[in-house]
Every structure is written in C-alpha cells, then in structure tokens.
Design a protein around this ligand. Structure first.
Ligand code: PGA
Length: 232
C-alpha cells in the first residue's frame, strides 16, 4: 500500500502518562511496517501539550510525523488560549487539521474561520488538512483562494460516520472523493469515520488515506491497522 496518508487523531484524549505508553509501544513496533521502503506516511495528531514530546519520540522513524489538531484563526498576538500557526511552525510542525466536525459543532467554527486558518497555515509552510462533510464541500472551497485550494489535503468526514462505528458506504466515499477533486483540484483526499482494521484496506483504495479516531487510541489496535495496510 504505497503513498497513503494514515492519521491517528487522538482528539482530546490521553494524559501525559498515556501518551508515553502509546509512544513507547509504537516506537518499538512501528519499524516492522514503517521500514525504509514504506511509502505510507503516518501522522500522529495529539493535543497541543504533547506535540513536541511525540515529535521527538518519532523523529527517528521513517515517514512518521506529527500533526496539530487545530490552529488559531489569528496570527501571533494578544489572543489568550490560542495557538498560532507561527508557533506551530516554530516547532517544525508540518501538518494541521482544520474544520473537524467536532470543532464546527462544539466550538462554533465556520467555513470562514476555517478559510482564515488555511491561509495562516500555508503562509507558514504548514499543510492544512481540511475536514468537510459532503454538504460543506462547495461552500468551504469557495471561501479558500484558488491558489490555496491546490495546496491543501481534504478529509471527507461524514458526521454520520464519525465516532459511530458505522463507516460510510464505499461507493458513496468514491463519489464524494471525486466531487472534492472537482472543487479543489488534484489534491490528496482522505476519508475519516469509523475506520478500523477490518475496513481500512477498502477505504484506502477509495481515497488517498484515512483519518482514524477511536481505533488509534489503543497502540495495539493502531499497529494492527498499519499491519493490515502493510500486507494488503
Ligand atoms: P472515528 O473518528 O474514527 O472515531 O470515527 C474519525 C475522526 O473524527 O477523524
């Protein structure tokens, strides 16, 4: 399975102790699948306080990096509690999720704020991973400048499938991936929503990779998923 992007999205889970345990087990076992020949890119998306720790723990692994789960829609400055794109860039973070359905639902994030975040991230050389449900594709795309649309990764995340244990129908995933490419151009398009070791091989055939929430929380489950891909 080559050139696929696999993202472990931990959301707001894990204490520092749990992060250490996950990472220790992952670093010990990941080289089995992430060998020098592997084209699979694995991204781990922890909460902000753990970015540096996870980043240095995986630094020696082939094609493994960290992603932030969110970024401020403002630049550096007097915005208490916010984490600016410049701060992520200064940590050498290369990827950042934006517009996840949980951000839209619980934190009032709009298409406009997502577009602002995309611009700030790209200005810092960070690749935004823009999460959208099907109904949001056109409006979200229209608010992102056309030269910027070509430089993002988009994740198709149907709200009906996120965290429900019921993944989206494969034929539908293929249709939506195609319509995302129509709006954004020939960019990588991922799928996210109840991905696990049993369905991951099919979803990566229909897309350029997957965002894994629940099944990435346990290090053994996540390694199992990577091994399934490695051998498929
Ligand atoms: P899930 O989450 O795998 O638990 O459905 C996916 C996501 O929210 O990215």
């Amino acid at each position: 399975m080559s050139n696929k992007i696999i993202i472990a999205n931990w959301k707001s889970h894990k204490t520092v102790h749990e992060v250490k345990e996950w990472i220790e087990a992952f670093v010990a076992t990941a080289p089995r699948v992430q060998d020098a020949a592997s084209q699979m890119q694995v991204l781990i998306a922890p909460s902000f306080p753990y970015l540096s720790e996870v980043q240095s723990a995986v630094a020696s692994l082939h094609n493994v990096a960290v992603a932030a789960q969110d970024v401020s829609q403002f630049p550096l400055g007097a915005y208490t509690g916010a984490v600016a794109a410049q701060q992520l860039a200064s940590l050498k973070i290369q990827y950042c999720l934006v517009g996840h359905s949980e951000r839209r639902k619980y934190f009032g994030e709009t298409h406009q704020t997502v577009a602002q975040k995309v611009e700030l991230l790209l200005d810092q050389g960070i690749t935004p991973i823009v999460c959208v449900d099907e109904a949001e594709i056109s409006e979200q795309a229209s608010l992102i400048a056309s030269d910027q649309r070509k430089r993002v990764i988009v994740a198709y995340e149907p709200v009906s499938a996120v965290g429900t244990g019921i993944g989206q129908d494969l034929a539908q995933v293929k249709l939506v991936v195609a319509s995302i490419r129509t709006e954004f151009g020939p960019i990588p398009v991922l799928y996210g929503g109840s991905v696990d070791e049993r369905n991951v091989a099919e979803y990566v055939l229909a897309s350029d990779g997957v965002l894994v929430g629940g099944d990435s929380l346990d290090e053994h489950d996540f390694m199992q998923l990577l091994e399934t891909l490695h051998s498929s």
